[in-house]
Design a protein around this ligand. Structure first.
Ligand code: MTE
Length: 494
């Protein structure tokens, strides 16, 4: 073992505890890697991080990533955390140190440098609001959400779970498999083959199910996930071919959809070698008016690497997780995707379910999105100019499942009175087949001498669903579907 490497291993200082995560603890015993590796079962589960040895048996049931953690039994968590970089926070290091039982012998400490893994990440626009760097998760800044109906590609929000795979359009293949009664038939399509199907365009917003999680965290209590504000939604004009056409061409029967699913698999892999994957019900892809797209272009340009180059699914009206990027396989199956992203996330729970009581297998997967809206300008805490006795408030509204936003209401006085906002940009698609967002504006009257204002916004969709006032009753352990009224306070500049 190269002892120099051990000495240069980066450790993370935990301010309050006055110790370093994975640093030496002379007060604790030393273990060899062989000994640690024996503790890899639910009954006794140890992991290491740099010099630290941890008995995390009691933590297993509450791990937000579910059973994924079992892969690290008796081993270092570092290779996993290099992929799931969201673990590298003070909060997680602090929690880890509470399970500390010893030190790993000097000769067994390995430098799990993560540089190579991330060396090929694409260049990104500096205006994106970065939430995590590895994996890269970033929001569209609010002023850019309302500046364009179709968000410029470089400003479209980005949500990755792993490093971005590098794929060649010329050699890329999409494997379509159809499973039936224990048998599977497959066919590969190049992008040229896909091009032979009728070409379509679709104006659709993608919204991460966790959009606005940070408000939920603040108003109720912290939920697990990226701390998104309202910028995990953007809109684009997608081009490609309909999945429906390709599946019908492959012989899938439109009348045999009950209990069946379409599993999408991306080329990005986690530390265990598992590909990103999730699924939707087959009926959602095969309905006569289904608009699930196999997209190669975004706003008239080839998909950027961050958004799935060279091929992605766009499942409009669904949480954006179903729109799998770097799409390499589509499987029609009698079961949902077995991946932990599908089985252990993006499911619906009530506000009283906690990590100990959550029954993921019994919880409904989220395949649609509720109606929501947000103020993009003025932003919380900003100074807003008053002109002609009014302040201009602007934002977006969106609803899932093809519903169209039909009304946006703005209140300047805590819900006592409501003004009708006017749509400034909306798509022409009819309700039921409407997948784009709506941008809106409202000139709100200001009282003489008023120097601050709190505005509330809520939207109503074509199914007459509207937003709940508060997050309290819709909070959930994953912090998804946070669509309470958006409330913003700003200073008035007369
Ligand atoms: N597809 C793959 N292959 N890998 C991913 O990590 N993230 C999903 C989805 N598709 C993801 C993926 C999630 S959670 C979201 S919100 C959207 O991609 C984000 O799409 P965007 O980055 O193009 O905005």
């Amino acid at each position: 073992m190269d002892s120099k490497k051990v000495n240069t291993v980066k450790v993370h200082k935990i301010e309050n505890l006055k110790l370093e995560a994975g640093g030496m603890r002379p007060d604790l015993p030393t273990f060899r890697a062989d000994e640690v590796s024996k503790h890899d079962t639910n009954g006794s589960f140890w992991v290491t991080y740099k010099h630290g040895v941890y008995d995390i048996t009691k933590f297993l049931p509450s791990h937000p990533g579910g059973e994924q953690i079992l892969n690290a039994g008796g081993l270092s968590v570092e290779p996993f955390w290099n992929v799931y970089g969201n673990h590298k926070t003070e909060e997680v290091f602090e929690l880890l140190e509470t399970f500390r039982i010893g030190n790993l012998h000097d000769d067994d400490v390995v430098d799990h440098s993560d540089e190579e893994l991330w060396a090929k990440e694409p260049a990104r626009d500096a205006r994106l609001l970065v939430r995590t760097r590895r994996p890269f998760n970033a929001e569209t800044p609010p002023q850019h959400q309302i500046a364009h109906f179709d968000t410029p590609n470089e400003l479209f929000f980005v949500r990755q779970h792993m490093p971005v795979p590098e794929l060649e359009a010329s050699s890329h293949k999409l494997r379509i498999s159809i499973e039936q009664g224990g048998r599977s038939t497959s066919r590969d399509f190049s992008l040229e083959d896909l091009d032979k199907f009728p070409q379509s365009q679709l104006s659709a917003a993608l919204m991460c199910a966790g959009n606005r999680r940070s408000e939920m965290n603040k108003e109720v209590k912290p939920a697990k996930g990226v701390g998104w504000s309202g910028g995990a939604v953007s809109n684009a004009l997608w081009s490609g071919v309909y999945l429906r056409d390709v599946l019908l061409h492959c012989g899938v029967d439109v009348d045999d959809v009950e209990g069946k699913h379409v599993i999408f698999q991306g080329s990005d892999v986690d530390a265990t070698g598992a590909n990103f994957s999730t699924s939707i019900p087959l009926a959602q892809a095969l309905a006569a008016d289904a608009r699930v797209l196999l997209a190669t272009r975004m706003n008239g340009r080839a998909l950027p690497p961050d958004h799935g180059r060279p091929l992605r699914a766009v499942v409009p009206g669904a949480p954006a997780v179903r729109s799998v990027k770097w799409l390499e396989a589509v499987t029609v199956s009698e079961r949902e995707s077995p991946s932990h992203w599908h089985q252990k996330d993006y499911r619906s729970f009530n506000a009283s379910v906690d990590w100990a009581s959550a029954d993921f297998a019994g919880a409904p997967p989220v395949y649609g999105m509720p109606v929501t809206s947000a103020v993009c300008e003025p932003q919380n805490g900003a100074r807003a100019p008053v002109r002609g006795g009014r302040v201009l408030v602007r934002g977006y509204a969106y609803s899932g499942g093809g519903a169209k936003v039909v009304r946006v209401d703005v209140s300047p006085d805590g819900g006592r009175t409501w003004l009708a906002a006017r749509p400034t940009h909306a798509a022409g698609d009819s309700p039921g087949r409407h997948y784009a967002w709506t941008l809106w504006a409202c000139e709100v009257p200001v009282q003489p001498g008023q120097d601050e204002m709190e505005v509330w916004v809520k939207a109503t969709d074509s199914n007459m669903n509207t937003q709940p006032e508060r997050f309290a009753h819709i909070w959930n352990i994953r912090g998804i579907l946070g669509n309470a009224y958006h409330k913003v306070t700003f200073k008035l500049q007369h």
